[in-house]
Design a protein around this ligand. Structure first.
Ligand code: SF4
Length: 479
């Protein structure tokens, strides 16, 4: 036998062993190594949040490489240019501190890019050496690098704890703490502040605005990064896209109420708004699927007293019709899912409504409250009895799960394409990061229209798979 054959055989025997329970146990016993986690680091979320304020330049106090990584990832996902600067900390800043970089960086960014506001956050290096951004910004003002009254919001976003959703939350709280005016007692501006959370589907934000406006509610989306992630091509580059205006940000603490459309990516901001500022607020499960959209609209109704118009009721009827028409392709199918806590809660609720069976639910950035909420959701349906939650695990753990306890479909972002291939199952691309398909971020996955889109995507994937793999005698025109 040739050396090449021997080699191929030994590779195959290792691959076979890696599909066994024995290997899965070893894989799950691993402690010191993370392989392909389904999360990224805090500053990425902070960048997204800052992009939602009109005229705001995201500013990373840290290394240039981190800034380039965040920008290139977001650009690949939405296929838009992403403005952001860093103060390029290198070895000398690690030794002497990053104050000189921060002051020089602010001076250059202000003079060159002429922002109306800067949203500053930190990378690991700045946090490891304990840089004090607040006093550095004060010193930059004192030295005349930026005008005394130039608005800057800042947030500490250490990457060695939490994930992108923590960074989003920290930056949002930082924006309110740094730039919102003090609340005027019981007086309100009559606006409902709608907080989408860490959501990289600009179409979702448009869908929220459409539904809430149809109910006649006076509202502000905070932060509103719709245009930053999906702007019209006019042939002319605009560095700053429309977003939440500075005036609406400044007036945020006079809101008549806040509604948070993701609970876990805004947990700290919710506490600040509800417990510290005593503003009426509600947090709902991300409105993915019909049932979660019902709950979202009924919460809006309860908060504002506005009724749900007939046109939205008709939309609901169309979503129910779509679910019935396609239920046979999803009912009884087994799924594995991974992603952020809020998205997973929405998606699992949607699958249970459709009679799908969620089996492996992997959340690299999940915490105990998420586990409890997910387990309660699974327990609420007979289709949830096989579901198991894996907090803090990565996609290599998921690979072992898929090979030892197979499912029919994987739901998650592009990072899962190799494990889906190894397990020989289709991947429904939902979530962030989707650089290998076009325009998925332009189709909403929330609201009744989002439910129709998800049903269409998942059912058609199953049908495509069947058409590609079925025996000749089963290859039919109709499905
Ligand atoms: S983990 Fe740290 S070094 Fe890596 S990209 Fe994030 S901030 Fe930069």
């Amino acid at each position: 036998m040739s050396t090449a054959n021997n080699c191929a055989q030994s590779v195959q025997s290792v691959l076979d062993w890696m599909a066994t329970e024995e290997y899965k146990e070893k894989n799950f016993a691993r402690e010191a190594l993370v392989i392909n986690p389904a999360r990224t680091c805090q500053p990425f979320g902070a960048m997204l949040c800052a992009l939602g304020i009109e005229g705001c330049l995201p500013f990373l106090h840290g290394s240039q490489g981190c800034a380039a990584y965040f920008r290139s990832c977001l650009t690949r996902h939405v296929r838009e240019p992403v403005p952001m600067v860093s103060d390029s900390m290198t070895e000398d800043a690690a030794v002497f501190g990053g104050q000189a970089n921060l002051i020089e960086g602010l001076k250059n960014a202000y003079a060159t890019y002429k922002p109306s506001i800067i949203g500053m956050f930190s990378s690991c290096m700045a946090e490891v050496i304990g840089d004090d951004m607040k006093s550095f910004i004060g010193n930059a003002r004192n030295q005349g690098a930026i005008p005394e009254d130039f608005p800057i919001a800042y947030a500490n976003t250490p990457s060695f704890v939490g994930s992108h959703i923590t960074g989003f939350d920290n930056m949002l709280k930082g924006l309110l703490q740094s730039l919102a005016d003090t609340r005027h007692g019981k007086w309100t501006n009559g606006r409902l502040y709608v907080v989408p959370g860490f959501d990289l589907y600009p179409a979702n934000l448009r869908e929220y605005r459409r539904l809430i406006t149809a109910m006649g509610i006076y509202m502000t989306v905070l932060p509103d990064f719709t245009e930053a992630l999906d702007s019209p091509n006019t042939g002319e580059y605009k560095m700053y896209q429309p977003g939440t205006s500075m005036a609406e940000l400044a007036d945020a603490l006079n809101a008549s109420g806040f509604i948070f459309l993701q609970k876990y990516s805004t947990a700290g901001t919710q506490k600040f708004v509800k417990n510290v500022q005593k503003i009426t607020s509600e947090a709902v499960t991300m409105p993915v699927g019909i049932r979660n959209t019902d709950a979202f609209l009924m919460t809006l109704q309860a908060m504002t007293g506005k009724s749900i118009p007939a046109e939205i009721e008709k939309e609901r009827g169309r979503a129910v019709d779509a679910a019935i028409d396609a239920h046979q392709y999803i009912h009884g199918k087994r799924f594995a899912l991974y992603g952020d806590p809020d998205l997973l809660l929405g998606l699992v609720g949607f699958l249970l409504d459709m009679g799908g069976i969620p089996v492996h639910i992997l959340c690299s950035n999940g915490n105990e409250p998420f586990r409890k909420e997910m387990e309660a959701l699974l327990a609420s349906s007979s289709f949830g009895s096989e579901g198991r939650v894996y907090n803090g695990k990565d996609l290599w753990h998921l690979r072992s799960l898929l090979l030892t306890e197979p499912v029919d479909m994987l739901i998650g972002d592009t990072h899962g394409k190799t494990v889906a291939k190894d397990a020989n199952i289709p991947l429904a691309r939902i979530g962030y990061y989707l650089p290998d398909r076009v325009h998925l971020h332009r189709q909403p996955i929330v609201g009744y229209q989002g439910a129709i889109n998800l049903i269409t995507m998942i059912a058609n994937l199953f049908i495509d798979e069947y058409d590609r793999n079925c025996p000749e005698e089963r290859f039919e025109f109709l499905r």
